[in-house]
Ligand binder design. Sequence first.
Ligand code: ZN
Ligand code: ZN
Ligand code: ZN
Length: 328
Amino acid sequence: MSSSTTHNVKINPCHDWPLGKCKHEQRCTGEHHENLDPALVETNAYSGYMVPNEVGEGCVRCMQRMFPCDKKARGTENDPCSECRWFGGANCRCTLATDTSYNDQIWAVMMARGRDKNYTLPADKSREEGGKKAKSAPQPMPANSVKAGWQGETREALLNKADMLPSGVRDCPRAYLGPPRMSAAAKKSLAWKETGLKRELESAAESMPPPTFYSRAPLYVLPTFPPPPEFERPPASSAHGKVMTTSYSWETDEYTHTYENGTGVTGRATVAPTPNVRSSYDMLARKKQRIEPGRQKSAPSSIEDDTAANEALFILRERSTGGMPKKP
Ligand SMILES: [Zn+2]
Ligand SMILES: [Zn+2]
Ligand SMILES: [Zn+2]
């Protein structure tokens, strides 16, 4: 099995990297797998062949299974494409996919295959083989779900079809794919972020796991994860240097700042970190402290220039670690 040769082996994939959008380069905590390199498109072996990326070219079932689909010229669910007609089974609802393409669906298959399969695509399986969850071989749609006089390709013709994808594409799909359209879940998440309804944020924050402030997990893997809090970086210490990381304990309600020289300083915040914080975490924190919205104007703008903070902001406690805590 080959893995990335230019980076250390990292467990979680960086989802920005295959899109060509990772800004962290070597410092990225996610894996930049060589088979997801956006530059692979330049190595395309078919002088520019790309997996079709128009919407409305078929049904999702065919897109995911990488079969040509003849749904386009057809009517409603009782006029299924030939693939669904013969292999869709009793619960098949064949409709034309108007917001996704072969490209988008095959991208999702590639990512789901994961690093264990080196982000390849499955072999062009016989249509008679079911998926992992299938208990039996794929069945035709029942006759009463199909309109009278249905016409299309025969089961035998489908079974004899060659792979829709040119040879080699399945071994390195990233070279033949473009970044996918945003999934419905990602769109929803973005809308959620943009509207920023306080009520939604608060209820979401309460039901969410504690945030890791420096998580770089992409939005569409954990769609309801809040953004990192936007409070100002605490002032540097003459003894310990700059604050490098800050964490918050939900158990003890305390912050821990880790300084450049490895010293950790733990303390309890008694006021909100800044007046204009927008993250759900801070909303939750403020709610806990019962600070009314009208009082936020008088809240301190930073730890440094707040006189009240001098007496009450942090009850400090130092620990000497003799170095930065090692990241797992
Ligand atoms: Zn990255
Ligand atoms: Zn189809
Ligand atoms: Zn179909």
